[in-house]
Design a protein around this ligand. Sequence first.
Ligand code: PLP
Length: 394
Amino acid sequence: MNFNEYPIESLMYITNRPEIVFTHGKGSWLYDNNGKRYLDFIQGWAVNSLGHCNDGMIEALNKQAQLLLNPSPAFYNGPMAQLAGLLTQHSCFDKVFFANSGAEANEGAIKLARKWGKKFRDGAFEIITFDHSFHGRTLATMSASGKPGWDTIYAPQVPGFPKADLNDIASVEKLINAKTVAVMLEPIQGEGGVIPATREFMQQLRALTKQHNLLLIVDEVQSGCGRAGTLFAYELSGIEPDIMTLGKGIGGGVPLAALLAKADIAVFEPGDQGGTYNGNPLMTAVGYSVISQLTAPGFLEGVRARGEYLRAKLLELSEERGFEGERGEGLLRALLLGKDIGNQIVERARVMQPDGLLLNAARPNLLRFMPALNVTNEEIDQMMAMLRSILDTL
Ligand SMILES: *Cc1c(COP(=O)(O)O)cnc(C)c1O
């Protein structure tokens, strides 16, 4: 392979990347520098909600690029206000702050909760989070995450994130003390292996946090923006959190994230929160296109139908091959393999000929599926056929 055109050795080594360079994409398909195409069921890690190079997003990006890139975060711009309005209209929240990544939105949520604790709860600052959770890669969000090994890698940690067990309300109750200000969780643990919090657990959490005057924070960076078949995953449990964070899917592929809060929780004062690119009109214009498309009549019904279709196909395969079933919501699903063959499948799927298949093993014993929300049933069938042929080679 000739990499002269691509000096990849100049990139800092942070992970093992395959020796291909992706050059373009459309919908559910991605193309590399050799002209090979790949059916993409990763979509930038549940990021490209509308697939690669969605027409509406391109139009919004082009139009905004001609008008205004950056007036400064100290001034209002049109797209930032319009996207905020769209998000408050379609959620239980009243106030929005835009950021550039999920981790940064979560940092904002942590700061907002600590500020609220200072103001109303005598300086309470501890935020109960969960084992196997993932909240990002800044020091505070790594400390909030329950990923094995992350407590020591960049020690010392940021203090104040005791860990409970998902779907075990007693484990949460046990950690509550005078210093506790909030509970933060992913309604569906994504990186942890697509583990949904049960509806019962979410309702118990809401009751418990109300009872102790604590904030409930949902990290919907992965589960939000239509991924779970509803615009936001908290809707599935019929509760209203106090704070929510969004990332990934809200930008559909561009760097955009958001922190949302109820009006009485949004207690930042001038100077408390900011960021050079917050509310950047180029990104928020794209986000507006994404959220408009997701909330168009019938779109989310379609996501739920395709999620059910994928679920049925995965269950059928599981029966056939003696796997351990599947789990998830909407188009965030996992096939439970029952043995550690996930990475091997991922590898073989990518190098498969003539077309490759992009899959992810969030854990070695499962495959995670996060296709474009507008994936077609035919593409799901194509993926299943490719997966079957790989399984035949194992
Ligand atoms: C990906 C992810 C994050 C981090 O988002 P970045 O944009 O990578 O900073 C945070 N929380 C959850 C649940 C995620 O899936």
